[in-house]
Write a protein of this length. Structure first.
Length: 238
């Protein structure tokens, strides 16, 4: 259960940025996000005012692990619609505040240096209102290509993307579940395509992924917004 924060908390006496605790790892799937959540909850129980910031740009999943769906997130901030402070959400079940990211968001994953520095300054400013800010960062060296980007690129290769971001304990996972009816040739084709896409991502050709799919009848949808604000229509049969 979560609710949008309305009242502005009192300012902290901490020096700018010195109350930010960063949780990072060179490898995904090691429990970094789980540790960041546990740390934020432990500090809250100790009487601290805590803000948990999902800094895993493009592969954010803290909101999923907490079972909340914030009305606002980093993607809304980057679009210029709201300020970073307005993206703060109170997580009722834990007692700490959250600024969530948006998993698979190309806009977040492709932020330039100037935008990242602006985000840093804004986070330091918001952090003045808390005793501690727990910053959960992404794992490893970022290629600028997200799991969602790879899935969309697979469509251009004539393949149906597999389940994305599951299981949650594996960073940026793609779940491959071939059935017994698949031939060895089709599995070899899948392996070759995935290896080729991985090499393209490592080579720095991120634009090729961000524009995918290019050859499908429909281009890329904003799936997160569609899930949060569905536009549904029902029509009775004649």
């Amino acid at each position: 259960m979560s609710s949008q924060v309305k009242a502005k908390p009192q300012a902290s006496v901490h020096a700018l940025g010195r109350n930010i605790v960063t949780v990072a790892s060179g490898k995904g799937g090691v429990g970094k996000t789980w540790f960041a959540i546990s740390l934020a909850q432990a500090l809250t129980k100790a009487g601290k005012r805590v803000l948990l910031f999902d800094g895993d740009l493009g592969l954010a999943n803290i909101d999923v692990q907490l079972g909340v769906m914030p009305d606002q997130d980093l993607a809304t901030v980057v679009s210029g619609k709201i300020t970073l402070f307005e993206a703060v959400t109170k997580v009722e079940s834990t007692g700490f505040d959250l600024i969530g990211g948006r998993s698979g968001s190309g806009a977040l994953a492709r932020l330039n240096q100037t935008a990242l520095e602006d985000l840093q300054r804004n986070l330091i400013g918001v952090g003045q209102h808390y005793d501690l800010v727990v910053l959960d960062l992404g794992a490893g060296v970022d290629t600028g290509v997200t799991t969602l980007d790879v899935a969309k690129a697979m469509i251009d290769e004539g393949l149906h993307p597999m389940t994305m971001y599951f299981p949650l304990v594996v960073h940026g996972a793609l779940l491959v579940e071939p059935t017994e009816s698949e031939t060895r040739e089709s599995l070899d084709q899948l392996i070759a395509v995935l290896r080729g896409l991985a090499e393209q991502a490592k080579s720095g050709d991120a634009a090729r992924f961000h524009e995918a799919p290019q050859y499908a009848p429909r281009r890329r949808f904003d799936e997160t917004t569609a899930a949060r604000h569905p536009v549904l229509r029902w029509q009775s049969g004649s």
